[in-house]
Design a protein around this ligand. Structure first.
Ligand code: G4P
Length: 529
């Protein structure tokens, strides 16, 4: 099959939500529609439960599940859908941010009772950075949720994006009757059911049709006036604005009851973008280019502790990837071939012979890959947009077994390459400060250092607010800053200068005092243009 057809067939996306909004449930229903699983309940939640911080076996088990469900591939209406899983637990948010660099669009799930929550806002900030197209699914309409107009206002205000309802809920909670599909002029009647696949849709050519009163009784007039209001408040849907990441179409439904999911999926395959061009430090790479390129956005240690190998997840950006072919690793300036690349069909891993733009393949790795590495057919370039973000929790790594110093160093280097955390070094004495976005990571690191590398460590909390990468065209000012702020200056693994700001106040003050310096909150600046 030719490359263009393969590109046109593919939709690569991720589902994001604040934990508990219904991401796992929606994923499962989408897989049911795609025929990738046969029964509800087959997708195990990849959530790391609240008790897991003290239950390491649980973390290990969960890591296994999250490899298996990292990429779910299914067919729907002749399209190949690649659904990239994102961890639900907030402590693994950075993993989610990076996965978002490998998708072409997202579906954002909002809990109708809770509205926009903190994690939703942060995830959307990451989508905004790349203008990723977003479809919103307002879930749990079977509960007594918030007023739909309020929810839409909140989405616009907190997520800085225009929204456009595609369907409108008819009441909610106990009296939830279904949704009015604004553009199809049809009523989709709600019936609570966890197993049903088809939905009962009644065509209404005009909202004044008395059939509406028959169908939804006392709620008919309410719908008529709300629909009128929707029409005056919101413009008509513009697919180009959606694809530019400026307008988010909104659906209402209940994932648990499988309600509103099919219309979401139908619209998704109709409007969601095909694999998109990607920026590198030298040029834009278009998916239809014949030569293969791709980048690594995630590295997962193999779950079998007897083998140290890891799986690097690579997003294909252009051309045609073939098994057992030599490709160029641009950072190492070396060629490697991959005899056993894997693809992820629902939960089973299987060897793949070829892959196309939009696909994600798993490459077995013995330590050659870092997140952000680019692979080409020889061209020297690096894909942009796979930054490290400033960590939020900082702790100093304390070696508890001097006999195992080498193992500790190797372990922390490899774990940070996997993206579990970031490590910063401070001279003199090679102090190591580990930064993460969540406390759970420290438990994971400690456990894995001990179990996989035989090293023992402790962590001492450090009260830093943020890590900022510092650059300046003014070398004198930069060295003055580094000298004065010596106690708070560290370097990252690449040797870049990083300032550990003690508080927001101090950070703001330094930025005022040193206008010659640039303070970067992600490592993106390192990919030179
Ligand atoms: P997450 O992955 O975003 O964290 O959320 P998940 O799908 O696990 O859903 C969180 C909880 O919300 C689950 O309940 C799930 O059943 C429930 N839920 C999902 N969709 C709906 C919906 O449309 N309506 C209602 N009322 N609830 C919904 P749980 O009690 O935590 O787990 P479970 O025992 O039901 O699996």
């Amino acid at each position: 099959m030719n490359l263009l057809n393969e590109i046109q067939r593919r939709r690569t996306f991720g589902i994001i939500s604040h934990p508990d909004a219904g991401k796992t449930t929606l994923t499962e229903k989408l897989l049911l529609f795609g025929g990738a699983i046969q029964t509800a309940g087959a997708v195990k939640s990849n959530k790391i439960t609240k008790t897991a911080a003290s239950d390491f076996m649980e973390i290990e088990r969960q890591r296994g599940i999250s490899v298996a469900t990292s990429v779910m591939v299914f067919e729907y209406q002749g399209k190949q859908i690649n659904l990239l899983d994102t961890p639900g637990h907030k402590d693994f948010a950075e993993d989610t941010y990076r996965t978002l660099t490998a998708v072409d669009s997202v579906i954002l799930v909002i809990d109708s009772v809770k509205g926009v929550e903190t994690q939703t806002e942060r995830l959307m900030e990451v989508c905004r950075m790349r203008d990723t197209p977003v479809i919103v699914f307002i879930n749990k309409m079977d509960l007594e949720g918030r007023d739909p107009f309020d929810l839409l206002d909140e989405l616009e205000a907190k997520l800085s994006i225009k929204v456009q309802p595609m369907s409108w809920p008819i009441s909610k909670g106990y009296s939830f009757k279904g949704v009015y599909k604004i553009y199809d002029k049809a009523i989709n009647l709600f019936e609570a059911s966890k197993t049903k696949r088809a939905e009962e849709v009644v065509q209404i050519n005009d909202l004044s049709d008395p059939l509406l009163d028959e169908l939804i009784g006392e709620y008919a007039d309410e719908l008529r006036s709300e629909a009128e209001l929707v029409e005056t408040v919101y413009d008509t849907f513009d697919v180009e604005k959606y694809r530019a990441g400026k307008l988010a179409p909104v659906f209402f439904g209940s994932a648990m009851n499988n309600f509103g999911v099919k219309e979401l999926l139908d619209k998704f395959v109709e409007i969601a973008p095909t694999p998109q061009p990607r920026e590198t430090n030298v040029r834009t790479v278009r998916p239809e280019e014949e030569k293969f390129t791709g980048f690594v956005f995630k590295i997962h240690a193999n779950i079998d502790p007897r083998h140290r190998d890891r799986i690097a997840f690579l997003r294909v950006c252009s051309g045609h990837f073939e098994r057992n072919t030599f490709y160029h690793h641009t950072r190492l300036n070396k060629d490697f071939k991959y005899p056993n690349p894997v693809t992820f069909l629902a939960q089973a891993k299987s060897t793949v012979d070829e892959a196309y733009p939009g696909d994600v393949i798993g490459l077995y790795d013995t330590g050659n890959f870092k997140i952000g590495d680019s692979i080409t057919e020889g061209e020297n370039m690096q894909f942009k947009g796979i930054p490290s973000f400033s960590p939020e929790i900082f702790k100093e790594l304390v070696n508890r077994d001097p006999m195992k110093t080498k193992q500790l160093d190797k372990g922390i280097r490899q774990l940070t390459e996997e993206g579990v955390a970031q490590v910063f070094f401070q001279e003199p004495g090679s102090r190591k400060i580990v930064g993460t976005v969540g406390d759970l990571q420290f438990e994971v690191i400690k456990y894995r250092l001990e179990n996989e590398y035989g090293a023992k460590c402790d962590f001492e909390p450090k009260a830093y607010y943020k890590a900022c990468w510092i650059t300046s065209a003014d070398a004198m000012k930069l060295s003055e800053f580094k000298r004065i702020k010596g106690n708070n200056m560290v370097v990252d693994k690449e040797g870049n200068d990083v300032f550990l700001a003690p508080s927001k106040f101090m950070l703001d003050l330094e930025r005022q005092n040193y206008p010659e310096l640039e303070f970067h909150f992600t490592s993106e600046f390192m990919v030179a243009s």
